[in-house]
Ligand binder design. Structure first.
Ligand SMILES: NC(=O)c1ccc[n+]([C@@H]2O[C@H](COP(=O)([O-])OP(=O)(O)OC[C@H]3O[C@@H](n4cnc5c(N)ncnc54)[C@H](OP(=O)(O)O)[C@@H]3O)[C@@H](O)[C@H]2O)c1
Length: 224
């Protein structure tokens, strides 16, 4: 579990362990806006494990109250360029996965959003809980989808070894829209984030392999 603040990572690890999971969790510092931290995290995983079977590129930020240019650049740096750099740094470890081989491979999952779908935006009015200044977030997720698609195509052309997916967690309770309860669960309409976890699990268990290279959601896929 990679987090930009190790104390938060270790607190989350303790919480998950207290809930009684099987298996083990290791933590590593990684800030997706800091290339040195990304390289150090990849080196730490290489040293401790020598390989990676699944990469979930989850980090993102929502809207903030910076001016429009600063907001766009910060969001792009975190939500699009960050995952790009993380995927690049961890690719050699994914290729060393025990699952790598013809027709199989490790999983590289980009957590994106239906808000990044051009077709959905063309065909629908805004989601009732979309903030009025969400342009940066939506545009950055659309750009992330393009990067995911290029990564998928490159992986196929290289003969496989990494199965690349986009994944939308759905509208779920989280800190993305702000830390207070009204922001975490606007209108009480957000779903339980454990449903998003189940979707990630279904991908890494191979149940969504037919949707490789697409943005999967719990029901089907998002149009581009
Ligand atoms: N919640 C939804 O309804 C929803 C819908 C569609 C898509 N998504 C996507 O789901 C993913 C998870 O978001 P979430 O809703 O769970 O929001 P969240 O609770 O705010 O989680 C986002 C995580 O990203 C981390 N992060 C932010 N900047 C980072 C950086 N520079 N380096 C490393 N980590 C960083 C945050 O770390 P800190 O704890 O240190 O802030 C936080 O743990 C995101 O990609 C989001 O776009 C969410």
């Amino acid at each position: 579990m990679a987090c930009r603040f190790l104390d938060k990572a270790n607190a989350a690890k303790a919480e998950i362990e207290a809930a009684g999971i099987t298996g083990s969790i290791s933590t590593v510092q990684l800030d997706v806006t800091d290339d040195a931290s990304i390289e150090q995290a990849a080196a730490a995983v290489a040293q401790q494990f020598g390989r990676l079977d699944v990469l979930v590129n989850n980090a993102a930020m929502g809207v903030s109250d910076l001016d429009a240019r600063a907001r766009f650049l910060k969001t792009m740096e975190t939500n699009t360029f960050g995952p790009f750099q993380v995927a690049k740094a961890f690719r050699p470890l994914l290729l060393k996965s025990s699952t790598a081989g013809a027709g199989a491979g490790a999983y590289s999952i980009y957590v994106t959003s239906g808000q990044g779908s051009l077709a959905h935006t063309f065909e629908n009015p805004p989601h009732p809980n979309t903030p009025p200044d969400a342009e940066a977030y939506n545009a950055c997720k659309a750009a992330l989808n393009m990067y995911m698609l290029l990564d998928w195509r490159q992986s196929r052309q290289a003969g496989g070894g990494v199965r690349v997916f986009g994944m939308c967690p759905g509208f779920v309770v989280s800190n993305l829209r702000g830390p207070n309860e009204a922001a975490r669960n606007p209108g009480g309409a957000a779903q339980d984030p454990r449903e998003s976890g189940k979707l990630v699990l279904s991908i890494v268990q191979g149940q969504r392999d037919a949707d490789e290279g697409r943005v999967v959601r719990s029901e089907g896929t998002w149009p581009w």
